[in-house]
Design a protein around this ligand. Structure first.
Ligand code: PEP
Length: 263
């Protein structure tokens, strides 16, 4: 269902009226984690000024350590919905277990499946039945074929509104948090009709790499970007090292403004 053999033309997916697919460069930006109403609204303002047409933000955070910030849960979803009402930006947020899919879907415009859950098949089937577009991140040790098979689990439940997100894979290299597999973008676009976007924030795990990785993503034809922004990265409860602050986003704003992006 997700292959180009089945559907030769590349698909455009719409999220709350925002198109993602060929001919667009859709920027989705926001905090890694929702921390408070003020932080989320301020991050949404930064996202907008960077050219974003959608807001990201995690309310349920699947952290490697159980002692790390786990997110505000449903309270975080309420904050995201309030910020959407204030800014008009459709919201994508992560869902981490099948039992909470309907609840998360009642607040979100798009459901995110994170790298750690890419092969959580019960979760994939649940979001496939939830009636909302899905952002499917690539697992950090998943091959492209495994990633597309995960998308197939969602599609099989009748939901073809799926966007693939390359967010870096695990390699021997330690200078970056993950290694952005830039070739995955054209490879996945050739194999599948689904849009493919890039997360330059989680790929490198470093603020100074967000702009170069953004340029690389655009150069290979990514259909969009998923970028972490935070009003005060030093105080961020999650992944502050990769978040862009107001002083960092000028370059992204210029890059995005020079392209045929969707505002
Ligand atoms: C995220 O985007 O919030 C996230 C946790 O990313 P990943 O699943 O790619 O690690």
């Amino acid at each position: 269902l997700v292959s180009r053999e089945h559907h030769p033309a590349r698909s455009v997916i719409r999220v709350g009226g925002v198109p993602i697919g060929p001919g667009t460069l859709t920027v989705i930006a926001g905090p890694c984690a929702v921390e408070s109403p003020e932080q989320t609204l301020e991050a949404a303002r930064l996202a907008r000024s960077a050219g974003a047409s959608m807001l990201r933000g995690g309310a349920f955070k699947p952290r490697t350590s159980p002692y790390s910030y786990q997110g505000l849960g449903e309270e975080g979803l309420r904050i995201l919905a309030e910020v959407r009402a204030e800014t008009g930006l459709p919201v994508v947020t992560e869902v981490i277990d099948p039992g909470s899919v309907d609840m998360v879907a009642s607040y979100a415009d798009m459901l995110q499946i994170g790298a750690r859950n890419m092969q959580n098949f019960a979760l994939l089937q649940a979001v496939g039945s939830a009636g909302k577009p899905v952002l499917l991140k690539r697992g950090f040790s998943a091959t492209i074929e495994e990633w597309l098979s995960a998308a197939e689990y969602i599609a099989q439940r009748g939901n073809l509104d799926i966007v693939l997100c390359e967010r870096g894979i695990r390699t021997f290299e330690t200078a970056t948090r993950n290694t952005l597999d830039i070739s995955a973008v054209p490879v996945a676009q050739r194999l599948s009709h689904l849009p493919v976007i890039v997360d330059p924030s989680h790929s490198g795990g470093r603020r100074d790499l967000v702009v170069p990785l953004t340029r690389a993503a655009i150069a290979v034809g990514a259909d969009g970007l998923l970028i972490d922004v935070h009003p005060e990265p030093k105080l961020a409860l999650c992944d502050g090292d990769q978040a862009l602050a107001e002083s960092d986003i000028q370059e992204i704003t210029e890059i995005v403004a020079s392209l045929p992006s969707v505002m």
